[in-house]
Design a protein. Structure first.
Length: 246
């Protein structure tokens, strides 16, 4: 996979991709990440942005350097990081991980000139808050995409069972010691009964999602057993409330 990042501040990425799955993927040559400095595609380094027509605060990135930098990047799937983009999700990360060449343009200032917006295939926002620019979103996108590449992690099964990968949050996790400050690991996890363990994990994943991100349950396809587990969870919650009221 090839990833090209177009940014006014390539130095911001120094060291960021030298850790974890991204580092491994780069060392194994599973991914080639390169940077283009947007300033190199303006008439002068100071000619990247200008005041908006109609007045108002802030600056707007000019259309010429946007188009020139995209042409220099070559053919690929073009992504613009912008507050106007669609909220970033694991589903989008899965789609992007299948692209041969991903081009990420880091937005800045008040955004880009509207007349070059149609040069992009997709627009992404990583959340409803304000950042100084699109560099951090680009880092998020690269990290979430590259870790999905076969060989980027030692255990692809672990990646495929992460929160959001299945559409819901993951269940609580436990490791040694068996007892910590009086709190024991749930017995079912020590039973050796794989069917019961899987049922327990699915139920607890649904419970965590129901409590913390119930909106996700409306977006994921649930089967009959999932609905049965949710009914169990709700009944247990009702019983707990009754017991607390006694």
């Amino acid at each position: 996979m090839k990833i090209t990042i177009i940014t006014l501040f390539p130095e911001m990425f120094h060291g960021v991709f030298d850790f974890g799955p991204v580092r491994i993927a780069r060392e194994k040559k599973l991914v080639d990440i390169r940077f283009l400095n947007l300033a190199d595609y303006a008439e002068t380094p100071k000619d990247v942005d200008d005041y908006p027509y109609g007045g108002g605060a802030g600056m707007v990135i000019k259309p010429e350097p946007v188009k020139r930098s995209l042409l220099a990047a070559g053919d690929g799937f073009r992504v613009l990081t912008t507050p106007k983009g669609k909220p970033y999700t694991q589903e989008i990360a899965n789609v992007l991980s299948k692209k041969e060449h991903l081009i990420i343009f880091c937005g800045r200032y008040k955004g880009i000139d509207e007349r070059v917006r149609d040069l992009f295939d997709y627009e992404i926002s990583i959340g409803d808050y304000v950042l100084s620019g699109g560099e951090i979103p680009a880092m998020v996108i690269v990290d979430s995409v590259v870790r999905l590449l076969p060989g980027a992690t030692s255990d692809i099964t672990s990646v495929l069972t992460d929160s959001y990968q299945s559409g819901i949050l993951s269940e609580p996790q436990y490791t040694r010691p068996r007892v910590f400050e009086g709190k024991e690991v749930p017995g079912v996890l020590l039973s050796g009964n794989h069917r019961e363990i899987e049922r327990y994990r699915r139920k607890e994943a649904l419970r965590v999602t129901l409590l913390r991100r119930p909106d996700l349950l409306f977006k994921v396809k649930l089967d009959k057993e999932d609905f049965e587990l949710i009914v169990e969870i709700l009944k247990e919650a009702q019983n707990e409330q009754r017991n607390e009221g006694d």
